[in-house]
Design a binder for this molecule. Structure first.
Ligand SMILES: [Zn+2]
Length: 344
């Protein structure tokens, strides 16, 4: 089964949809690969139409790929999360963290973060900003971290190789791991905050095949960024100051559960997402600016910070910070109104 009917809103479960007048027919490199590998026609793709949920205002495609096919798209056809890995490589080669404008500064004004988590993709958010704060910027260090982490994590990929090569692999592991420890120790600057990456293994998320040079993003992040990888059910282990969801709330089959989960374990949640009027066909759904109104109605205090972080956007995107707690809301409101005054 290629397509499935998604009759209920993936976020709020409503069936109250209205078809959009503008439908996306544009092709992109994800869609080209999907069409090629699934051997489907462009005509098939045109069966997918975009609707707006009249209850929570997200945009959702229907029909859309069945979960089995979705898993194939994000795990096999386009297993590598291109943008996420590009962020990491750019950071290590050009010392440039992913562009979130002044967001990181704004968050630092808002609170002192000691415990921080992100969801699903490790190089999309601000983990790299924390790395830049906790270790000295040094070109040799950055390039060594890249090379040794790749070499360490691939050195024991010795299946099918003879005993001699297996032994060589082990020697390489030991050597590269020691190098990583040596360099991190030499360049560490200050006390590190506790970092966690929560994963939900959704069929809409890059995961098991999100690899670069035979190394998975989660393992790379775990070694380089000093973070712990947790499943959702392990939430009792942590109490967080801040939870970042960077371009991954629209890459899970359970977006409402994830956002509420983040709000429950953390003082604040920051979300970054697409808000294109036209939902590209490789996405099941997209959040919208109006979605924030729905969250406010649900007693989730929400602040749109897209315009105050001084970022130049190439496509329509949204940043918002939210909380369920009144006292944290008041603090957030104060910080944001200060920023607005400052920007005028
Ligand atoms: Zn809805």
């Amino acid at each position: 089964m290629l397509f499935k009917n998604y009759k209920n809103c993936i976020y709020c479960n409503s069936q109250n949809f209205e078809k959009k007048t503008n439908q996306s027919n544009e092709s992109n490199f994800y869609l080209d690969a999907i069409v090629d590998d699934l051997n489907i026609s462009k005509k098939d793709l045109k069966k997918i139409k975009t609707y707006e949920c009249k209850n929570c205002f997200i945009l959702q495609n229907n029909p859309w790929f069945s979960e089995k096919i979705a898993k194939k798209i994000f795990s096999n056809i386009y297993g590598q999360h291109n943008r996420s890995w590009s962020n990491l490589i750019n950071f290590l080669k050009k010392s440039k963290a992913p562009d979130h404008g002044e967001l990181f500064n704004l968050l630092n004004k808002l609170l002192k973060v000691k415990n921080y988590a992100e969801f699903n993709s490790p190089f999309m958010g601000i983990f790299l900003n924390y790395f830049a704060q906790e270790y000295q910027l040094n070109k040799k260090f950055y390039s060594n971290i890249y090379t040794h982490t790749i070499n360490y994590l691939s050195s024991r990929q010795v299946a099918g190789k003879n005993k001699n090569l297996q032994k060589k692999g082990s020697i390489k592991s030991k050597k590269t791991l020691n190098c990583i420890k040596f360099f991190k120790n030499k360049f560490k600057k200050k006390k590190r905050i506790n970092k966690y990456l929560f994963i939900d293994n959704s069929s809409l998320a890059w995961g098991q095949n999100d690899n670069h040079k035979s190394v998975n993003s989660k393992s790379f992040a775990n070694e380089m960024l000093d973070l712990e990888i947790l499943q959702l059910h392990e939430k009792n282990k942590v109490k967080l100051d801040l939870f970042g969801i960077f371009h991954t709330l629209d890459h899970t089959m359970q977006p409402s559960l994830i956002l509420n989960f983040a709000l429950d374990v953390s003082k604040y949640v920051v979300v970054y997402c697409h808000v294109n009027e036209q939902v590209e066909r490789q996405h099941l759904f997209s959040l919208t600016n109006n979605f924030l109104k729905y969250l406010n109605k649900k007693k989730i205090f929400t602040f749109n910070v897209t315009k105050i972080i001084n970022k130049k956007f190439k496509t329509p995107e949204l940043y918002f910070i939210c909380t369920k707690k009144k006292n944290y809301k008041d603090r957030l409101k104060k910080i944001i109104s200060n920023e607005k005054k400052f920007n005028q």
